[in-house]
Design a protein around this ligand. Structure first.
Ligand SMILES: Cc1cc2nc3c(=O)[nH]c(=O)nc-3n(C[C@H](O)[C@H](O)[C@H](O)COP(=O)(O)O)c2cc1C
Length: 165
């Protein structure tokens, strides 16, 4: 099975830690959105998308990449994010408390088959938080990385036997 993870991690490299942990379990190739050739994605059986959360959603380069992708014809996908605040607690401008919502909608519109999502906290010094030394210090921590690893192992279990062979 060939797996690709497309991620961007601009603030403190928080999401990169998660991306690498998941990639190790899935033996996945890691690419940034601008390194992706939209026409070559059909060679992958499973594609993951992840970034930090910036103003309530994934990074715009990831979202705009998905807009440019051809129809996914039910290709399996998973998503992940890290955020300063816990996901799901506050109403966001686009009407959902789920930071992953917009990315999920875009992937479903492109006919991806979403088989899992992972979120955890990430060290955040954006805006006023820098004056208090940041929030979610030390995150993702060892426990978060362990959860990311477990998430990836569970993805493998969800795939049909012989998938992508
Ligand atoms: C410009 C900017 C906007 C952010 N907006 C949010 C937000 O809306 N909600 C939140 O919980 N965290 C927010 N954060 C914090 C990041 O989501 C968090 O630090 C994340 O782990 C960054 O991941 P990265 O290091 O992979 O870029 C923001 C950070 C930056 C730099």
């Amino acid at each position: 099975m060939k797996t690709l993870i497309i991620y961007i991690s601009i603030h403190h490299g928080n999401t990169e830690k998660i991306a690498k942990e998941i990639a190790e379990v899935l033996d996945a190739k890691l690419l940034k959105p601008w390194e992706v050739n939209e026409d070559n994605l059909s060679e992958y059986d499973l594609i993951g998308f992840g970034s930090g959360v910036y103003f309530g959603k994934h990074h715009k380069s990831l979202l705009s990449l998905i807009d440019r992708l051809p129809e996914a014809e039910n290709r399996k996908t998973f998503i992940f994010s890290t955020s300063g605040m816990r996901n799901g607690i506050a109403q966001r401008p686009h009407g959902s408390s789920d930071f992953n919502q917009l990315l999920k909608e875009k992937l479903l519109q492109k006919d991806f088959d979403l088989i899992g999502e992972f979120s955890c906290r990430g060290f955040d010094t954006y805006g006023p938080f820098k004056f208090i030394g940041g929030i979610s210090k030390g995150r993702p921590n060892k426990e978060d990385l362990g959860k990311a690893r477990k998430f990836a192992q569970e993805l493998l279990v969800k795939l049909p036997a012989g998938y992508g062979i």
